[in-house]
Design a protein around this ligand. Structure first.
Ligand SMILES: *Cc1c(COP(=O)(O)O)cnc(C)c1O
Length: 423
């Protein structure tokens, strides 16, 4: 049963309700290892599904273009205050619709079309919005890209410094979507200061780890910090931009009226709820467990002969290079999905294969940690992944189905926030 209940949806639109229930059952039965996903609490779900979705609020608290903000103003003020307190920043804008629009706002605030921007290359672990060619950010700006070293899979800070000195970017991006190692924010800040660039730290993946004290914070180093709220931070789909007081007005003007209309007040409320949850003492335990689980899973995978980019992980994320296993990333990910283990195919640094069928797999431990799995369960996950990849090579679908049954049996012992099977 869905929590909060969806009885009205069942009555009004049974087809749609059946799909929601099916998705909940899928999320319950699978070991969800997609590094950008999680399970939000029923409280976050309730805020997201509330009547706040009915309200228009263009502007900022106290300066709106619509009447009737008696409740929305305190909600947004509370969300921003909680963001400032949790991350220890001077300013927080909680209105961006998602991570990509938040990053676009940084361009609008600090650069002009045609300006040079320095970001991590997408196939090396960066994000589309850090200047990749198919993104507006790569088409309307002049992108320069850094990567990782071939020897150890770590970000090449010498390359970052050389590129920054030569190209004089307006904005330098750090943070990414497939970076299994700690981001060295002080080193990026030193380079940005030297060349007069704005340092933008995109902590979308690691925000929950930072909030829980399990990854160093960019605060005090980066001029502006963007983050999604729905990955390790475990809030609704949304984003925030945090900055020093100096940049507050530029950031706010870029979000509204620069890029967006009315903020999604139901999301703002849910962000406020998630930030309260992230400030509670048990959240630090969750963040530490996410990292401990990733370390245990990485060790168990390495023991089974999996080649891990950078040799392991410091955070929630593991990147596997499957080249030695004789199965490309896409068929492996599809086989794993059938085996009840949900992850995504991903490029690995210097990948000789094409992005839609790359050599790697990306996985993360945030969602299974929320379900309650601990380090002792990670060798079993590694065993299933190993068996499924071998079954994929042999196209042994019966073996995949056997693994899926074992996975579902384990996961059934761990409650899922937001849904429970009928008793
Ligand atoms: C997920 C992510 C984004 C984009 O977020 P969306 O909400 O999908 O637009 C941006 N940057 C990084 C580093 C991300 O991981």
């Amino acid at each position: 049963m869905h929590q909060p209940p969806i009885g009205h949806l069942h009555a009004a639109d049974p087809d749609l309700a059946a799909l929601v229930e099916a998705e909940a059952r899928r999320q319950f039965a699978k070991a969800r290892l997609i590094a950008s996903e999680n399970y939000v609490s029923p409280a976050v779900l309730e805020a997201t599904g509330s009547v706040l979705t009915n309200k228009y609020s263009e502007g900022y608290p106290g300066r709106r273009y619509y009447e009737g903000q008696q409740n929305v103003d305190p909600i947004e003020t509370l969300a921003a205050q909680r963001a400032r307190d949790l991350f220890g920043v001077e300013h927080a804008n909680v209105q961006p619709y998602s991570g990509s629009p938040a990053n676009l706002a940084v361009y609008l605030a600090f650069a002009r079309p045609g300006d040079t921007v320095l970001g991590m290359s997408l196939p090396m672990g960066g994000h589309l919005t850090h200047g990749w060619s198919v993104s507006a950010t790569g088409r309307w700006f002049n992108p320069v890209r850094y990567g990782v070293r071939a020897e150890d899979g770590r970000i090449d800070m010498d390359e970052v410094r050389d590129l920054a000195r030569r190209e004089r970017p307006k904005i330098i991006w750090c943070g990414g979507t497939a970076v299994p190692r700690t981001i060295d924010f002080p080193a990026f800040a030193e380079i940005a200061r030297e060349v007069g660039a704005v340092l933008a730290a995109d902590i979308s993946h690691i925000a929950g780890l930072i909030a829980g004290g399990a990854h160093p914070s960019p605060v005090g180093h980066a001029d502006v910090i963007t983050t999604t709220t729905h990955k390790t931070l475990r809030g609704p789909r949304g984003a925030m931009i945090m900055s020093t007081a100096e940049h507050a007005s530029a950031v706010d003007k870029a979000v509204f009226p620069g890029l967006q209309g009315g903020p999604h007040n139901h999301t703002t409320a849910a962000i406020a709820v998630a930030l309260k949850e992230a400030a509670a003492p048990d959240f630090a335990g969750y963040a530490r467990q996410v990292v401990a689980n990733a370390a245990a899973l990485a060790a168990a995978l390495a023991e089974r002969g999996f080649d891990l980019v950078s040799g392991g992980t410091d955070n929630h994320l593991i990147l596997i290079d499957l080249t030695g296993k004789g199965v490309p990333g896409k068929p492996a990910a599809q086989a794993l999905d059938r085996a009840g283990i949900e992850l995504n195919h991903n490029t690995v640094p210097f990948d000789p294969r094409k992005p839609f069928d790359p050599s790697g797999l990306r996985l993360g431990t945030a969602a299974v940690t929320t379900r309650g799995l601990t380090a002792e369960h990670m060798p079993r996950l590694a065993e299933w992944i190993d068996r499924a990849v071998q079954a994929a090579a042999k196209q042994d679908e019966a073996a995949l189905d056997r693994i899926a049954a074992e996975v579902a049996e384990l996961m059934a012992a761990f409650p899922m926030p937001g849904w429970a099977p009928a008793p």
